[in-house]
Design a protein around this ligand. Sequence first.
Ligand code: HEM
Length: 152
Amino acid sequence: MGTVGYAKPSGDSEVGSSRNRRGRWVTTASSANRTLPNLLYLHSVIMEMMRMYPVGPLLVPHESSEEFRVGRYRAPRGTMLLINLFAIQNDPKYWPDVLKFKSERFEGKEGVRDGYKMMPFGLTRRGCPAEKLALCTIGLTLGSLIRCFEWN
Ligand code: HEM
C-alpha cells in the first residue's frame, strides 16, 4: 500500500507510541501531544481522506432565522438549509485530479483556510467545537495502526 508506506514515520517513538519493557507498543498522551503536530504527511493524508469522504456529506441541517438571498434565490425565514459538502469537496472546478487521492494538495497548508472549498467540520459559530480533538484522535488512531502493524 503505497500511501501507507509514505505515511509511516521512522523511529521507535513516533505517533504517540513507544515500546514498553516487554517490547509491546503502548500509547501515552504525552508522547501523542509531542509527536502528532510534527507528522505533517499524516495530517495531509487525513485531510485528503476527509475531502473525498466527508463524515457529514450534507453537513448538519440549519434553519434560517430570517429571510435571506443566495444569488437569485430568495429563502423565507424558517427555511432548512443543507450544504452539499460532498459536491463542493469533489468539484473538479476547485480540485484538479478530483478523483485521485493526492494528499500533496494539503502539504504546507496546515491551519490555512482556502475559501469555502474544504470544510469537513463546518464553519464559523456553529462549526464543530471538537475539530482539534477529532483530528488528534484520527491522527493517533491511524498513525498507531500504521506504526504498529505491517501493511501489505
Ligand atoms: C471526524 C470527526 C468529526 C467530524 C467530521 C465532525 C463534524 C461536525 C460537523 C460538520 C458539524 C456541524 C457544523 C455545522 O453545523 O456547520 C459538527 C457539529 C458539532 N460537533 Fe462535530 N465532528 C466530529 C467529531 C466531533 C466530536 C468528537 C465531538 C464531541 C466530542 C463533536 C461535537 C460537536 C458538537 C457539539 C457540534 C454542534 C455544534 C453547534 O451546533 O454549535 N464533534 N461536527
